[in-house]
Design a protein around this ligand. Structure first.
Ligand SMILES: NC(=O)c1ccc[n+]([C@@H]2O[C@H](COP(=O)([O-])OP(=O)(O)OC[C@H]3O[C@@H](n4cnc5c(N)ncnc54)[C@H](O)[C@@H]3O)[C@@H](O)[C@H]2O)c1
Length: 340
C-alpha cells in the first residue's frame, strides 16, 4: 500500500492506494456514519459498503446542482445526522464533489472521507480538497476547500468501471506527467497497454505516482494562489468544450491538452516532435484530441467565463514535456491563434 499525506489549512488528508474497500472501517472514526454514493456504484459494490444508511444519487454531472443536493441535506435531517456525524462518499468525481460539499456545509461542516471508485477520481477529483458544484452551466463555481480525512483508492474497484469512463482518468494521468516529469511520461508510453487492461501492479503504481504529483502541488499551494494552477493544463479550453458539447470531463481535458500544446508550438515553446509525442500518447489511451466543435464558439464561452482576469486568460503551456509554464494570454492573442 502506498500512502500520501496532504497537509491542508483546515486538516490533513491521508490518501491510501490499494487499500481494499472492505478495510475502510479501519479509517472511520467511531461516529454515526452516513454514506453518499451513486446508483451505479451502489449496484456493483454495495455488498462491500460498511453498515450505514445510504443515499444513492442519480449518476452523472446533472446531479451536481444545489437544487438536487438539497434532497441530501433533507435526508440527513430526517436521519437525525448531527455535527458529530461522519459522511463517507463512495464513488467517482461527482459523488466525491457532492459528498465533500455536503459534508463541508451541513451544520457548518462535519468530518468526511472518500472511497474513490473511478480512475479519474482516484488520480484527481478525490485528491486536493476542492469540493464544488455547478450553477447555470458554470462548472464547480460554488464550493469549498476542505480536506477529506482520508481517501481510499482501491484499484480493484476499477474492474467494473465502463471502458469509456476508464479512459477519462488517463487524460488526468497524462496531464500529471506533462506538468511534472518526462520520466513519468515515458513510463506511461511503455505501460499504456497494461494500464488499459488494468494489470496489477502496473495500474496501482501509476495511480500512486499520479497522486504523488497532485499531492506535492497541493501541499505547496492548497488555495491555488500559484503553482496549483499548473493542474489546470488542458482545463481552460477543456471546461469550455465540456460545457458546450457535453462530452465527459477527461475527454474534454484531452482536447484541451491538445489545444494547449498547439498553442505552445505556435509560440515556439515546444517543437513538432514533442507535440506529436503528446498527441500520440493521448490517442494510445483512446482519448480524442480534436473535436468537431467551432473554435469561435469555445472562444466566446472562454471570454464570458468567470475565470477570466481582466483582458487576460491564464493558460498552462509547455516548454517541454514535464516543463509547464503559467502564462496570462491576452484575449486578442488567443483570438489571433484561433483564426490563423
Ligand atoms: N474536486 C476536484 O478537484 C475535481 C477534479 C477533477 C474532476 N472533478 C469532477 O469530477 C467529475 C468527474 O468524475 P468522474 O469521471 O469520476 O465522473 P462520475 O463520478 O460521473 O463517474 C463516471 C461514471 O462511472 C460510474 N462509476 C464510478 N465508479 C464506478 C465503478 N467502480 N464501477 C462502475 N461504475 C462506476 C459512475 O456511476 C458514473 O456513471 C466532474 O464533475 C468533475 O468536475 C473534480
Amino acid at each position: 500500500m502506498e500512502t500520501n499525506v496532504i497537509k491542508g489549512k483546515y486538516g490533513s488528508s491521508t490518501i491510501l492506494v490499494d487499500e481494499r474497500i472492505e478495510e475502510v472501517t479501519k479509517y472511520l472514526p467511531s461516529k454515526p456514519l452516513y454514506i453518499i454514493t451513486d446508483k451505479n456504484v451502489e449496484r456493483h459494490h454495495s455488498k462491500r459498503f460498511p453498515n450505514a444508511p445510504v443515499y444513492a444519487i442519480h449518476p452523472g454531472e446533472a446531479s451536481k446542482q444545489l437544487g438536487y443536493i438539497e434532497n441530501i441535506y433533507r435526508w440527513l435531517l430526517e436521519k437525525n445526522a448531527d455535527r458529530n456525524s461522519f459522511i463517507l462518499g463512495i464513488g467517482g468525481g461527482v459523488v466525491c464533489d457532492i459528498a465533500g460539499f455536503v459534508a463541508s456545509t451541513y451544520m457548518r461542516g462535519v468530518e468526511f472521507g472518500f472511497v474513490s471508485t473511478s480512475l479519474l477520481s482516484q488520480v484527481d477529483a478525490s485528491v486536493g480538497g476542492k469540493n464544488g458544484v455547478d450553477l447555470d452551466g458554470y462548472k464547480n463555481i460554488i464550493g469549498t476547500f476542505n480536506q477529506p480525512q482520508f481517501v481510499l483508492c482501491d484499484t480493484y474497484l476499477l474492474q467494473t468501471l465502463p471502458k469509456e469512463e476508464l479512459i477519462n482518468g488517463f487524460a488526468e494521468m497524462v496531464k500529471h506527467a506533462l506538468i511534472s516529469d518526462i520520466k513519468l511520461f515515458e513510463q506511461l508510453e511503455i505501460d499504456y497497454n497494461d494500464l488499459l487492461h488494468l494489470n496489477h501492479p502496473v495500474i496501482s503504481r501509476h495511480v500512486a505516482e499520479s497522486i504523488k504529483v497532485k499531492a506535492t502541488i497541493v501541499n505547496a499551494d492548497e488555495r491555488e494562489g500559484g503553482i496549483r494552477k499548473l493542474l489546470n493544463l488542458g482545463h481552460t479550453w477543456g471546461h469550455a468544450v465540456e460545457t458546450l458539447t457535453g462530452i465527459a470531463h477527461g475527454k474534454a481535458v484531452s482536447v484541451g491538452i491538445d489545444f494547449a500544446c498547439r498553442l505552445s508550438l505556435y509560440k515556439g515553446l515546444i517543437n513538432n516532435r514533442e507535440y506529436l509525442r503528446v498527441i500520440n500518447l493521448l490517442q494510445l489511451f483512446g482519448l480524442p484530441t480534436c473535436l468537431k466543435v467551432n473554435p469561435a464558439k469555445v472562444f466566446d464561452y472562454l471570454v464570458k467565463d468567470k475565470k477570466r482576469n481582466n483582458n487576460n486568460i491564464d493558460f498552462i503551456l509547455l516548454q517541454g514535456i514535464g516543463k509547464p509554464k503559467i502564462e496570462a494570454l491576452a484575449i486578442e492573442e488567443i483570438q489571433n491563434f484561433i483564426q490563423k
